[in-house]
Design a protein around this ligand. Structure first.
Ligand code: ZN
Length: 141
């Protein structure tokens, strides 16, 4: 288990506004943002509980429930019906940021498939995707 504390936790820093990200949604328990730096595809976004918890099994139930509903709403807002939902726990499982989080990785064409290549979507239009999500969320309530 990571020894990182919330003081140096990347997602806690985003929560405190110490790091600038393209936020797409915020609820009582969850923040969602565009994963611009390490995007695996166009529209790749991440959702995380506001309360620090290294792994899924340590996270608040309310946050976890909200996250899946947000994944559904954001997929609809993006207008994408093909996507992966990725959630890693522990370094052996591929977790690199030790604050539980869930990835929504849209797939726009057959060539994208189940590809796990960090940064693949970095230069894609993430801001345009963020605007599309916000607009879709506003319509769905
Ligand atoms: Zn944290």
């Amino acid at each position: 288990m990571s020894t990182r504390t919330p003081a140096d936790c990347l997602l806690c820093r985003i929560l405190r506004g110490e790091l600038t990200v393209e936020r797409i949604v915020e609820t009582d328990h969850v923040i969602g943002f565009m994963n611009e730096g390490e995007a695996l595809s166009r529209g790749h976004c991440v959702f995380f509980p506001k309360r620090h918890a290294p792994s899924l099994h340590e996270a608040d139930d309310a946050a976890l429930a909200e996250i899946l509903v947000l994944v559904k709403k954001v997929a609809r807002a993006l207008g994408v019906g093909t996507y992966n939902v990725l959630q890693n726990n522990g370094s052996i499982a591929g977790q690199t940021v030790f604050h539980a989080h869930v990835h929504l990785i849209p797939k726009w064409s057959e060539s994208e498939g189940l590809i796990y290549e960090r940064g693949r979507g970095r230069h894609m239009d993430q801001k345009e995707m963020a605007a599309r999500i916000r607009s879709g969320l506003a319509r769905s309530g």
